[in-house]
Design a protein around this ligand. Structure first.
Ligand SMILES: Nc1ncnc2c1ncn2[C@@H]1O[C@H](COP(=O)(O)OP(=O)(O)OP(=O)(O)O)[C@@H](O)[C@H]1O
Ligand SMILES: [Mg+2]
Length: 318
């Protein structure tokens, strides 16, 4: 088996024959890879996950997960995967422990084996103390961790997480990232969708950017960012009157252009950290007073902007 997930020309139209939610997507996700599927609301992320986990039937194209065809062998796919959906319904009156034990039994474990398995998973996602609380009383972060534990009950080789950290506070998000990294280190393939640039950048080995149902870019976060260009140094001068001279001075270090206000200039450089000291020295030698200097590196939002002409999210622009 060459890849954990392979799709060829995968499509889904809602309603039948209507508009494309997923259009002509070709993917090849390696074993043991964390693949981040990054896109804004309505891009087609959940539709893609539902196609891959056999909850939706493709309108066209093919998909194989863990070597099984999603249309011809959905049972084979389901036996190999764990899924935490974005909008999964959970009985709020059950406790976390009860839900995990039920899930274990549904996956064929004996009643006797389900209790220790449930306890182990509660511990793994940091919910041991909350295991006997009703799920209706869980916080958003606790719910997401329980979703993850439920998806892990049968030790799947391929794990699908649909926006696992949406709405979580930063520390809960970091906890979930750690868990995903640990799973990856154990050899689990993780396909996760996200609207967060930072999440795709920090967590994913490779990122696929989806917009309007189409895959518009795909690579490692580093390679994607390198495609949009070099970093620049944003310089704010103390005196606007120095700008002409500072542009000349900075041209010895990089490729300067005037900034948006007359106090500013942006100096395009190769690396950023290498040129910064030289730029500080050059401006200082010329007697030009500087209020601030910042290295600005391309982000995945710049990639998104370049590919689609729009920003990914408010978060990205802020
Ligand atoms: N059951 C459905 N019937 C009709 N259209 C649908 C259905 N489900 C999704 N769509 C449409 O398909 C497109 C993709 O939706 P999808 O839920 O896959 O996006 P998403 O990337 O998961 O968005 P979000 O970040 O908001 O979860 C949207 O235009 C959506 O309105
Ligand atoms: Mg979705």
């Amino acid at each position: 088996m060459s890849h954990a997930i392979v799709t060829r020309g995968l499509e889904k139209r809602y309603p039948k024959g209507g508009t494309y939610a997923v259009q002509g997507v070709d993917l090849a996700v390696d074993h043991g890879e964390v693949y981040g599927f990054l896109g804004p609301n309505g891009a087609g992320k959940s539709t893609m996950v539902r196609l891959l986990v056999t909850l939706l039937r493709p309108s066209a194209g093919t998909a194989h997960v863990a070597g099984h065809d999603v249309v011809k062998d959905p049972a084979g796919v389901r036996a190999s995967i764990g899924v935490a959906l974005q909008d999964a319904a959970i009985d709020p009156l059950m406790t976390g422990r009860e839900l995990l034990e039920l899930q274990a039994v549904l996956h064929g474990l004996s009643r006797r084996a389900s209790a220790p398995r449930g306890a182990l998973l509660l511990e793994r996602v940091g919910l041991s103390d909350a295991g006997d609380k009703r799920v209706g009383e869980y916080s958003g972060g606790m719910r997401r961790r329980l979703d993850l534990a439920m998806a892990l009950i049968h030790e799947p080789r391929v794990l699908f997480l649909d926006e696992p950290t949406t709405g979580l506070d930063p520390s809960s998000r970091l906890l979930l990232w750690d868990e995903v990294r640990r799973l990856r280190d154990q050899g689990t393939t993780v396909f996760l969708t996200t609207q967060y640039l930072e999440e795709a950048d920090q967590l994913a080995d490779r990122v696929g950017i989806i917009a309007g149902g189409q895959l518009v870019a795909e690579d490692t976060p580093e390679a994607l960012k390198a495609q949009v260009g070099h970093p620049h140094v944003h310089v704010v001068l103390t005196n606007a009157a120095d700008r002409e001279r500072s542009l000349q001075v900075a041209s010895a270090v990089g490729d300067p252009r005037p900034g948006v206000t007359d106090h500013c200039l942006d100096v395009s450089v190769q690396d950023g950290s290498l040129e910064l000291p030289a730029l500080v020295r050059a401006l200082d030698d010329a007697g030009i007073a500087v209020a601030s200097l910042d290295v600005v590196r391309p982000t995945l939002d710049d990639v998104f902007l370049q590919k689609t002409g729009a920003h990914l999210a408010e978060e990205a622009v802020a």
